[in-house]
Ligand binder design. Structure first.
Ligand SMILES: [Zn+2]
Ligand SMILES: [Zn+2]
Ligand SMILES: [Zn+2]
Ligand SMILES: [Zn+2]
Length: 202
């Protein structure tokens, strides 16, 4: 009898330890990269923006590309060197595919720790202290902690970030609308169609 009790106690300890290991969720790792979904907390980050809905997160997150499995010729042509398939409206970059125009614009940004930035103007922009602008001296424009190498990429990223922030907020009222916002889709519930983040007039 006593032996069983000790056994149970030992088992409990083992399981208890297992639980503490699981409690170490992926949120911390996600914060480092600025993107990721934590299944434990049901909490996500996309390019540094807090996303609380898994559907919205999935719409924004990229998928690893298996170039051999692609059927569309347009996709095949751009899958490896990067670019957008005009037919499917899917963007390929760094071996990933993105179905959202928001991610397509933001995925080329380089996560940069503001502490490592020497230029005052760029540092201020990365820290969110100033609106920011494309910096000719650094050949970079910052949107959040992400650096964009060309003015065109920077401008696109800036627009995309506005849509992303708006979608993250809209999530609280209608997650389907939020998802439609970032994918140029339609919310059947609200009968709303979105184009480039804006509601289309019916
Ligand atoms: Zn977490
Ligand atoms: Zn395609
Ligand atoms: Zn600069
Ligand atoms: Zn809706």
């Amino acid at each position: 009898m006593k032996k069983t009790a000790i056994c149970l106690l030992a088992l409990g300890l083992v399981f208890g330890m297992g639980a503490t290991v699981n409690a170490e969720c992926t949120c911390k790792a996600n914060e480092k990269t600025g993107s990721g979904w934590c299944t434990d907390c049901k909490h996500g980050l996309c390019y540094g923006v807090e996303v609380k809905n898994e559907d919205l997160y999935k719409a924004l997150a990229g998928t690893k590309v298996d170039a051999k499995a692609l059927k569309c010729e347009g996709c095949k042509a751009v899958a490896e060197k990067g670019g957008t398939c005009d037919h499917c409206k899917i963007t390929y970059a760094n071996g990933m595919s993105y179905g959202s125009f928001v991610s397509a614009a933001l995925c080329c940004g380089k996560m940069t720790d503001p502490a490592t930035i020497k230029c005052e103007a760029c540092k201020g922009a990365a820290e969110g202290k100033s609106e920011g602008a494309y910096c000719d001296a650094c050949k970079a424009g910052f949107v959040g902690h992400f650096a964009f190498a060309t003015k065109t990429a920077y401008d696109a990223a800036k627009g995309a970030m506005k849509v992303l922030a708006n979608a993250a907020k809209t999530c609280a009222t209608c997650p389907t609308c939020a998802k439609a916002m970032v994918t140029n889709g339609t919310c059947d519930k609200c009968k709303a169609t979105y184009l480039n983040g804006e509601k289309k007039k019916a």
